[in-house]
Design a binder for this molecule. Structure first.
Ligand code: CTP
Ligand code: MG
Length: 386
């Protein structure tokens, strides 16, 4: 795909997002279940033509950055400057060497792979290439009253990523006069006499600039998702001399449950419900009882594993409804604790978790106090093509 050429993607995320407002800069806001920046990172990390991704962040954004990108395979971020141009220049310097670079705004979360394909193909023939779209609206000079119309023939809307051969764009940035600003790198390339090709951009690449754009991005993302439901069910028998764990919470009770792991029947049901939403088999498939590693294991690990599988597929957990079935212990006093614990494990709000408990009117094995059963229903949204 990249013809043996080393291609680095540079994502600039050092802005303050003042026009978009909000508590955190727009690139760290969550859209479609993950940070805006994480969408851009994932699109570039997974593209076969890209060898590595480097992110430029603002001073003091280290914590927000780490929360946004989690365990993704990225080098330490570079600290940017006061303007986008300075941030790019610092990122280019930190790359040190490459054949090609794709310079992308973190504020453009949805990057179709085809746009990157077109840019890289154009770079075979030109030192620079950018995605652009035609302008549909009438253009005019504004103000309090309408000014002159601006003919839109031949005008385009310029997007990112912008692709360049590495040496020439580094030289162009160095040659750019200090103190003058540029809103993108194509301007800087052209000022240095580089020929910049135009390829077809994509409406999904729209930049998040104003507050409403975050909602538009959320809607654009939601339109690509479908809802899936998964059901989980589990039973464990009581055993003397064991601790009782339910929903990740230690319960004060004379008897615990028998099992290979900590026998947290409620978390096992939640795990299976989540696995069910993505057709990933069941808990025994992922954590075989024959495997000594899971002996006495904290079942929180199983839930976290299922959550990470859902997230790896671009899924969002919307809701989990858990029912614990037993005569004793009484679940009521632990309900809030279990709810909070499961919300933490799934990284959702407590309002997205429901905890119910019931007896079976002294009927059956739960009625006789021989064990505890649990069932859970998980609702997630996943990309349509999953
Ligand atoms: N950017 C940057 N360093 C800066 C300014 C901007 O890396 N000093 C990045 C932003 O994080 C964003 C991209 O450049 O991903 C495009 O800039 P813009 O949309 O203007 O973002 P902000 O500068 O953050 O927003 P605002 O201008 O509204 O404050
Ligand atoms: Mg800005």
């Amino acid at each position: 795909m990249n013809g043996g050429k080393h291609c680095v993607a540079l994502i600039v995320a050092a802005g303050r997002g003042e026009r978009a407002g909000g508590d955190v800069p727009k690139q760290y806001r969550r859209v479609g279940g993950k940070a805006v920046l994480a969408h851009a990172v994932d699109a570039l990390l997974t593209h076969p033509g890209v060898n590595g991704v480097l992110v430029v962040i603002g001073a003091g954004q280290e914590q927000a950055y780490r929360e946004a990108v989690g365990g993704r395979p990225l080098p330490e971020p570079v600290i940017g400057g006061e303007t986008r141009r300075e941030s790019v220049a610092r990122g280019l310097a930190a790359i040190g060497g490459a054949d090609r670079v794709l310079i992308h705004d973190a504020a453009r979360p949805f990057l179709p792979a085809q746009v990157v394909d077109r840019l890289l193909a154009a770079l075979d023939r030109h030192p620079g290439a950018i995605p652009a779209l035609p302008i549909a609206d009438t253009l005019a000079r504004g103000g309090d009253v309408l000014g002159d119309m601006v003919p839109r023939d031949g005008l385009v809307r310029v997007q990112t990523p912008q692709a360049f051969r590495y040496g020439p764009i580094v030289a162009a940035h160095r040659a750019w006069p200090a103190g003058r600003e540029a809103t993108d790198d194509a301007q800087i390339a052209r000022a240095a006499g580089l020929d910049v090709a135009i390829v077809t951009g994509d409406a999904a690449l729209e930049k998040i600039t104003f507050g409403d754009d975050v909602m538009t991005a959320e809607a654009r993302f939601a339109a690509r998702l479908v809802s899936r439901t998964g059901l989980g069910f589990d039973v464990h028998a009581f055993r003397d001399g064991a601790e009782l764990w339910l929903g990740g919470v230690r319960i004060d009770h004379p008897r615990g449950l028998a099992g290979h792991s900590d026998a947290d029947v409620a978390l096992h049901a939640v795990t299976d419900a989540l696995l069910g939403t993505i057709g990933e088999g069941d808990i025994g498939l992922h954590f075989p009882p024959s495997d000594l590693r899971w002996k006495g294991a904290d079942s929180a690990r199983f839930v976290e594993h299922a959550r990470s599988l859902v997230e790896a597929r671009g899924g969002i957990i919307d809701h989990v409804d858990l029912t614990i079935i037993c005569e004793r212990p009484k679940i009521g006093p632990y309900r809030n604790g279990i709810r909070a614990r499961i919300a933490t494990l799934l990284r959702v709000e407590e309002g997205q978790i429901s905890i119910k408990a019931t007896t079976t009117e002294r009927l059956g094995f739960t009625g006789r106090g021989e064990g505890i059963a649990a069932q859970a229903v998980a609702t997630v949204r996943v990309p349509k093509d999953l």
